[in-house]
Design a protein around this ligand. Structure first.
Ligand code: TXA
Ligand code: MG
Length: 346
């Protein structure tokens, strides 16, 4: 399949009539899949009401069929058709954070969405992205759009159109290039189908921000305890992983440099994932800096690009510095630990 590519200059007044957006929306209405930027990562969109369309997402990504998709809407009026009733707390969160990087898991209305979207669950994950291009595309299509991150399953999520092209060129109908995404990590997923909300995936909107709005939320035990199965099916898979094995360490720069030397002495080529503050310290085969440790948003924004860069160089092993587990650091550490398959060097 030849993948169409459009480049769109993103600004607040993007219209549903923009010819490139209209062409991409046409493809969505023909049940084809199209990648587009959101404020978190690039998404791979398809008509959420069509099983034919949704199957193409799973095929293109090589995604396990038990992993449900997030449905993206552009207007609150689209919500009623697919989900509900929403709890008072869920409504508060929508009011405060939509459009934005928060996905709400709500009761699913039967008979509208393809059953492949929810992977057979009675709930549906919904979000309204905060990106003019994503919103214009969804509006122009007139459909609820199912969209996972637009990467091959298991790989780091795409934050630039080139990442999507690298993974999915020839496998999807189109890619809209709207430049780099802003936040760089995916939306926070929270279940609001019961009294006590449960955080299922840390992301762009922090637990602290959510608690300020609705009081205490629980964190899914599956995220923190090895023997618990996560509630979100997607959270049980290794993900975000570069080709070489990766381990996270909380050690000092001296300790990390000693580890580098140890691995090098056993004949391995070693890469280090660090930040600007320490990038000059390490003598490794490849040192990649992602943002500044004192501004964790900059780390979130460049983390996936940094993880992908290790595939372009030949290293046998990657050591990644750990980050504080609060604010957006919660999402960063969650992704790094998944990329590491849980491997920590103490
Ligand atoms: O920022 C984002 O959320 C991006 C952009 C494209 O919007 N999308 C994204 O989708 O990250 P994906 O498919 O890569 O991750 C969706 C996560 C998975 O962990 C999935 O298991 C979970 O949401 N999920 C979807 N529906 C669910 C449901 N009904 N109950 C629990 N978890 C659900
Ligand atoms: Mg994903």
């Amino acid at each position: 399949m030849k993948t169409k590519r459009w480049t769109v200059d993103v600004h607040d007044k993007l219209s549903t009539k923009d010819p490139q957006i209209a062409q991409a929306a046409d493809l969505l209405r023909q049940n084809e899949v199209v990648a587009f930027p959101t404020e978190t990562v690039y998404g791979l969109g398809a008509n959420a009401e069509s099983t034919e369309a949704v199957m193409k997402i799973y095929e293109a990504k090589g995604r396990p069929s038990d992993n449900p998709l997030i449905v993206h809407i552009a207007d609150i009026s689209q919500l009623d058709r697919i989900a509900g009733p929403a709890s008072e707390k869920a409504k508060k969160l929508m009011k405060q954070f939509w459009p934005g990087a928060l996905t709400l898991v709500l009761p699913c209305k039967p008979g509208v969405l393809s059953p492949r979207v929810t992977a057979g669950l009675e709930t549906v994950a919904v979000r309204m992205p905060d990106h003019p291009l994503a919103l214009a595309l969804i509006r122009s299509s007139g459909l609820p759009i199912a969209a996972p991150s637009a990467n091959l399953s298991g790989k780091p999520s795409p934050t630039r159109a080139e990442h999507v092209e690298h993974d999915l060129n020839g496998r999807i109908a189109g890619i809209i290039d709207g430049g780099a995404t802003g936040l760089g990590v995916e939306s926070t997923v929270i279940s609001c189908s019961e009294d006590m909300p449960v955080l299922l995936r840390p992301g762009g909107i922090t637990k602290e921000q959510i608690e300020e709005e609705i009081g205490e939320v629980l964190v899914d035990k599956g995220l923190t305890e090895k023997n618990e199965t996560p509630i979100s099916p997607g959270m049980k898979y290794t993900h975000y992983a570069p080709s070489a094995p990766l381990a996270v360490t909380e050690g000092s720069a001296e300790r990390i440099q000693a580890l580098v030397r140890e691995y090098q002495q056993s004949g391995k080529r070693v890469g280090v994932l660090t930040t600007e503050e320490r990038a000059d310290i390490y003598e490794a085969d490849f040192v990649k800096s992602c943002g500044r440790r004192d501004q964790l948003e900059t780390v979130a924004a460049s983390l996936y690009d940094a993880l992908r860069s290790f595939d372009e160089v030949k290293v046998d092993f990657i050591i990644a510095e750990a980050f504080p587990n609060t604010g957006v650091g919660h999402a960063i550490m969650n992704r790094l630990m998944k990329a590491a398959g849980g491997k920590v060097i103490h």
